[in-house]
Write a protein that binds this ligand. Structure first.
Ligand SMILES: NC(=O)c1ccc[n+]([C@@H]2O[C@H](COP(=O)([O-])OP(=O)(O)OC[C@H]3O[C@@H](n4cnc5c(N)ncnc54)[C@H](OP(=O)(O)O)[C@@H]3O)[C@@H](O)[C@H]2O)c1
Length: 231
């Protein structure tokens, strides 16, 4: 049984990962702005306003986890969209949390913490359905993965996973009406990938990820992004 901390565990992919781990008997702590009321394993954390005090409280509650999954996604809600806030939520907060682990908690190379950062195929490729700042933060998350794989001196095993657009529960009918879905019919999986298939891979990394893969970008798209554009 492992103890795993999931940022963005209240929705989408993070929720799928959290549910899968919980059903497999692991202890899962989730952190997002909307904590589950009454749950001892759910913490209210706003990554846009992250302070040392927030981190003290979070890690007092969950202890040193065996693994951390960063699956948060900047959603401005009712406030105005801001690229700086997107950077804080997706990139700077990840570095703050990993620095906190390395500097304040006794993480050692004997018991490295596995860290999965959920990127995107847009970490290294360009899409027309997301703006520049999404591309910029996704690229920066890959840089963080490599930086901490080396500079944590074996205390963290970091993995970057790059999924393409995936279909969340209940969203298949919506996607079937889109051009994106029609494109995916021509590729090996013959459908858009499901949130479950992406989550299964992440769960495996969180539990059994090898140190040999630390610092890697793992593209979860059946090789589709290798296809040359005129093919
Ligand atoms: N969806 C796709 O097709 C797709 C494709 C490729 C890659 N990805 C990547 O997969 C990851 C998950 O995406 P998703 O679509 O599953 O996300 P999502 O459903 O929008 O969930 C986002 C999560 O982030 C949390 N969050 C947002 N702002 C926060 C803040 N300021 N502080 C703390 N938590 C915050 C949200 O919880 P609260 O609102 O409660 O804070 C929620 O749990 C992201 O990294 C995304 O870039 C997604």
């Amino acid at each position: 049984m492992s103890s795993i901390l999931v940022f963005g565990g209240s929705s989408g992919l993070g929720q799928e990962v959290s549910d899968h781990l919980t059903h497999s008997g692991h202890i899962v702590h989730t952190a997002s702005r909307s904590a589950q009321a009454g749950s001892p394993y759910s913490s209210q954390v706003d990554l846009q306003q992250l302070t040392c005090d927030n981190l003290d409280k979070l890690f007092d509650k969950c202890g040193i986890p065996d693994a951390i999954c960063f699956s948060q996604r900047y959603r401005p809600g009712t406030s105005e969209y801001s690229a700086i806030n997107e950077y804080q939520v997706s990139v700077a907060s990840v570095a703050q949390i990993l620095d906190y682990l390395l500097q304040n908690l006794c993480v050692t190379p004997e018991y490295p913490v596995k860290v999965v950062i959920v990127g995107s195929t847009y970490s290294t490729r360009v899409g027309r359905d997301q703006g520049w700042s999404y591309h910029a933060v996704k690229h920066a998350q890959l840089a963080l993965t490599k930086y901490y794989a080396l500079n944590s001196m074996g205390c963290l095993n970091t993995y970057h996973v790059s999924p393409p657009t995936f279909v969340k529960s209940g969203a298949l009918e919506y996607w079937k009406k889109t051009q994106k879905y029609q494109k995916w019919l021509q590729y090996p999986p013959k459908t858009m990938l499901s949130v479950e298939s992406i989550s299964n891979f992440i769960v495996e990394l969180l539990i059994n990820g090898s140190p040999l893969l630390s610092g890697s970008d793992l593209r979860l798209d059946h090789g589709v992004s290798e296809l040359y554009n005129d093919q």
